[in-house]
Design a protein around this ligand. Structure first.
Ligand code: FMN
Length: 195
């Protein structure tokens, strides 16, 4: 069982990454092999809509996204972690999602299967979201995007395991939210344990 966590926060060791670390610790406690990717350490272009992937099912840009593609294809479980910026995902996270247009093309234009080994565990996706405010609709935009992202990469969205944390703004503020840290750990554990 391979669980990858992708952080889209531009702030290293901020609230999002702290929660992601807890989730990956939970997955590891359940026996999974875990890997973390922090997007602000990568140079990743947005999608340029060249549509090369409509022919090949792969992206021809060639940058640090190649490491993320490789991880996404290997992963059994994917945890997307992002702060809310302007009611949506960060630009770092949105860039990799848009670059997964090649998987959308593979599925809906070329009508081919997502590259997976035979008998691999089911693919599932989860989300950790953090925002500074308390708005009821704070995560709606992010969750809508993730619904279509998980569909493109053939991962079942585990909305029951999403960890959505409101009212956390300053760096380190999450440390005082023991409930959220515990929820993230449990979410990661259950994600890795479920069939
Ligand atoms: C550019 C920018 C836009 C933001 N937009 C929102 C927003 O729309 N709603 C909200 O509740 N918080 C917003 N925030 C606050 C962040 O979501 C919050 O500070 C979060 O804890 C940051 O997580 P991090 O420490 O992982 O970077 C914004 C912050 C920045 C820098």
């Amino acid at each position: 069982m391979i669980v990858i966590g992708i952080s889209g926060s531009p702030r290293r060791d901020g609230n999002t990454e702290t929660l992601l670390d807890r989730a990956l610790a939970g997955a590891e406690a359940a026996g999974a092999n875990v890997e973390k990717f922090v997007l602000c350490d990568y140079e990743i272009s947005g999608c340029i809509e060249c549509n090369d992937c409509f022919e090949s099912g792969t992206c021809t840009i060639g940058d640090d996204m190649d490491a993320i593609y490789e991880a996404i294809e290997r992963a059994d479980r994917i945890v997307i972690a992002s702060p809310i910026f302007f009611m949506g995902l960060t630009s770092q996270m949105k860039a990799i999602i848009d670059r997964c247009q090649c998987y959308w093309a593979l599925k809906y234009i070329l009508k081919e299967k997502f590259p997976r080994e035979e008998n691999a565990p089911s693919r599932q996706g989860s989300f950790i979201g953090v925002g500074g405010t308390h708005g009821e609709n704070l995560f709606d935009g992010a969750m809508k995007t993730l619904k279509y992202f998980f569909d493109a990469i053939e991962a079942k969205p585990r909305e029951d395991l999403y960890v959505l944390v409101r009212g956390v703004d300053d760096k380190g503020e999450i440390e005082a939210r023991k409930d959220a840290l515990e929820d993230a750990f449990e979410s990661g554990r259950k994600l890795a344990e479920s069939a």
